[in-house]
Design a protein around this ligand. Structure first.
Ligand code: FES
Length: 99
C-alpha cells in the first residue's frame, strides 16, 4: 500500500502517512499544532483550505459536509479531523477562515 504525502505549507513540514489517516492525525505526526475542538466534524475549528486533486481524499461524510455548508465553506475546504487521505499528495494551504 502506497503512503500518502501530506504537506503543511505554512509550517513548511510534510509527512507520509497510511491511506485512511485523517489530516489532523497527519498534522500531529508532522509536528504541526493545528487548532481543534470536537474532533468529530461538528465544530469547524479545524477547517482548512487544501490542494487535493480528485481521488486524494475520501469524500466528506454527511456531518462534515453539513458543517462546511453551515460555515459557508465550499470547494477546496475540509475539516482536518474528518478528511481521510486515499492516495497521492495533499497540501494543507492554511486555515479556511483566517488565511
Ligand atoms: S475539531 Fe471540530 S470539526 Fe474538526
Amino acid at each position: 500500500m502506497d503512503l500518502v504525502e501530506v504537506q503543511f505549507a505554512a509550517a513548511g513540514k510534510s509527512v507520509f502517512v497510511q491511506p485512511g489517516t485523517t489530516l489532523l492525525a497527519a498534522a500531529g505526526m508532522a509536528g504541526v499544532d493545528w487548532p481543534t475542538g470536537c474532533r468529530r466534524g461538528m465544530c469547524g475549528t479545524d477547517a482548512a483550505r487544501l490542494d487535493a486533486p480528485a481521488g486524494c481524499l475520501e469524500p466528506p461524510a454527511a456531518h462534515e459536509r453539513g458543517t462546511l455548508d453551515r460555515m459557508g465553506l465550499t470547494g477546496d475546504c475540509r475539516l482536518l479531523c474528518s478528511a481521510k487521505v486515499v492516495a497521492g499528495r495533499v497540501v494543507v494551504r492554511g486555515d479556511a477562515v483566517t488565511d
